[in-house]
Design a protein around this ligand. Structure first.
Ligand SMILES: N[C@@H](CCC(=O)N[C@@H](CS)C(=O)NCC(=O)O)C(=O)O
Length: 215
């Protein structure tokens, strides 16, 4: 098999890449990375010294691809399928990339800040940083809610890379700073994401690890 994904099923960014792979039934081998163990981390740092998951190895093309948005664009280009993650049309493509960045930077990142803080030992917590992250999530929720009043998926009628970014980030964001009930269109969108078979599968595979999620 040409493609190997180094990942952890619980990780939101790894789920983003898995959704893209599952959308098009792209064959790949998964290797679970344990960044919590010293050995696992050291081995992973040899592959990608930045130490962020996931990373995609393409044996056929002798490439290592980090960064989920680049992984998805790579899949689109070299392993295309029925779901088109980034449209050919230049303006539509920019819109998808913007929405993808939005979910990564303004939902996933603040969510990770809050989760990361829960894992910090007493005395090393950052309440001001957590407050900032929650404020940012509020702004993001409001913007997504408005946006989703007229759309099925993040960029319109077609599922795209932006939806791959949205599903896992919203799932965990709702756990640490709930949006359900307060944001009607966002909630309806999130419910559609939960029904999407590619994400439902990623979520099912994360289930056995969910007890590791703090809080
Ligand atoms: N910009 C990166 C972010 C990846 C990322 O933050 N991954 C998290 C897991 S969800 C991670 O590896 N965290 C481990 C760490 O920071 O030590 C991407 O899109 O791939």
């Amino acid at each position: 098999m040409s493609l190997k994904l180094y990942f952890h099923p619980l990780s939101s960014f790894c789920q983003k890449a898995m959704i893209a792979l599952y959308e098009n039934d792209t064959p790949f081998e998964g290797e679970i990375v344990d960044l919590m163990s010293e050995e696992g981390r050291a081995a992973y740092l040899k592959l990608w010294p930045i130490g962020k998951m996931p990373i995609l190895r393409d044996e056929a093309r002798n490439r290592m691809i980090p960064e989920t948005s680049i992984i998805i664009e790579y899949l689109q280009r070299f392993y295309p399928g029925r779901t088109v993650f980034v449209p050919d049309d230049v303006e539509q493509a920019l819109h998808v990339r913007l929405r993808d960045r939005f979910f990564d930077l303004y939902v996933n990142d603040p969510m990770q800040k809050i989760v990361g803080d829960k894992l910090r030992p007493e005395g090393q917590k950052d309440p001001a940083g957590v407050d900032r992250a929650k404020s940012l999530l509020e702004v993001s929720y409001g913007l997504i809610d408005k946006e989703m009043a007229t759309k099925t998926w993040a960029c319109g009628e077609d599922f795209s890379m932006a939806d791959c970014a949205a599903a896992p980030s919203l799932f965990y964001a709702d756990k640490v700073h709930p949006f359900r009930d307060q944001y009607q269109h966002l909630t309806a969108y999130f419910d559609r994401l939960l029904q999407r078979p590619s994400y439902a599968r990623a979520l099912r595979e994360a289930e056995p690890f969910m007890k590791l999620f703090p809080g």
